[in-house]
Write a protein that binds this ligand. Structure first.
Ligand code: ADP
Length: 356
């Protein structure tokens, strides 16, 4: 696209050329006529000493009158075309300026709308985080009260005890949801700061498997670890959140007996951690949507959940500078594989496993 000054230079150029050609149009034809007249007069009277006969008149007519007229016509045509070109350029210049003004106006409007949206988003996050905070305290109290009631009312009828257990599990579910919403609002507002350091993945993975209450005997977990593993540079709590979430999903979306395999590989300064299950699987066309907020796949309809886990997990992985990759054929029983990357700790030594 041409700039204002380029347009102005071109338009001025055409105008100047038209003026010069116009000047030539007034000078050249009369000069030519005069030159031809003097030349013919000299030739016929002085050199050949012939009278002013038909030849003289014919040559004077052709070269002294028709020639200058033809040159005038051609130069006039050129001047007119140059003026037309100048007008076209002026019109283009005006159009271009109008277009640029419109673009600038729309850009300002978009920036303003964007600013408003950002402010709305900030208010929404603030509101969500405030409500979640307010909900967390009473939920903790209710949970404490329920635990006390369950431990002190050993002699109460089984139906009452059963009801208390149901209430307790619902309160736990609600607490988890509130905590997840709080976590997401912190991540979305950009307030989550990672407390990174060197982490021994082998030890961390074993700890998670030992401590995860959601892991049961019906879902045997296998660790496929290389004999020597490098340390990663990550936030331990957040890395635990990522792995626990993926493991929890592997259990949730696999039938009893479904084996879960945790793999570890190192490539391009990154650790690749994979969690593979043999559950219901994910339809290939759903895969790209799984990390969207509140998205629940076809497999999700049979299980409890809100479609927030993978959104949160993906955000945490991105914050670490890694990536999440999801693979599944969608065939029940073939399951799915969630692989994510975390940067290696460049300064640390290898973590050797003496157990092997
Ligand atoms: P939720 O499990 O609460 O629905 P997530 O964000 O953790 O939310 O998962 C989003 C969707 O991804 C789930 O609804 C489910 O359809 C699908 N999904 C996640 N993990 C698995 C898995 N291991 N196997 C099959 N489907 C899965």
């Amino acid at each position: 696209m041409q700039t204002h000054s380029e347009y102005a230079i071109r338009t001025n150029g055409y105008l100047r050329l038209a003026q010069q050609v116009s000047l030539v149009r007034w000078i050249v034809p009369p000069s030519l006529a005069l030159f031809v007249l003097s030349f013919e007069l000299t030739e016929h009277t002085l050199v050949h000493s012939t009278p002013l006969d038909m030849d003289f008149l014919l040559e004077l007519f052709v070269f002294g009158i028709l020639g200058p007229i033809l040159i005038t016509v051609i130069l006039t045509w050129i001047v007119r075309n140059l003026h037309e070109l100048e007008h076209v350029h002026q019109a283009m210049h005006a159009l271009n300026a109008e277009l640029e003004n419109k673009v600038a106006l729309r850009t300002r409007e978009l920036a303003h709308a964007n600013e408003e949206l950002r402010e709305l988003d900030r208010l929404k996050s603030e509101f969500v985080s405030l409500v979640s905070h307010e909900l967390r305290a009473p939920l903790t109290n209710i949970q404490g009260g329920l635990e006390l009631m369950l431990s002190t009312t050993i002699s109460c009828p089984p139906s009452q005890r059963n009801t208390l257990c149901i209430i307790q599990s619902e309160v736990k579910r609600l607490t988890r949801l509130v905590q997840r919403i709080l976590d997401i609002s912190v991540v979305d507002s950009g307030q989550l700061t990672l407390n990174r350091g060197p982490i021994a993945l082998r030890t961390l993975l074993r700890q998670i498997i030992q401590n995860s209450v959601f892991l049961d005997k019906q879902h045997p977990v296998h660790l496929d670890l290389p004999p020597a593993t490098q340390l990663v540079f990550a936030d331990e709590d957040r890395l635990t959140d990522i792995i626990s979430n993926l493991l929890q999903n592997a259990v949730k979306y696999s039938p009893a007996g479904g084996e879960i395999r945790i793999g570890l590989a190192f490539e391009d300064d990154m650790a690749h951690i994979s969690i593979r299950d043999h559950g219901v699987g994910i339809k290939p066309e759903e895969i790209e949507h799984l990390t969207q907020q509140f998205y629940r796949g076809n497999s999700g309809s049979q299980a409890d959940g809100y479609g927030l886990g993978l959104y949160f997990v993906n955000k945490l992985i991105e914050l670490h500078g890694g990536q999440l990759q999801i693979e599944s054929t969608g065939i029940p029983g073939e399951g799915s594989c969630f692989t994510f990357t975390v940067p290696l700790d460049q300064e640390s030594l290898y973590e050797l496993d003496f157990a092997y």
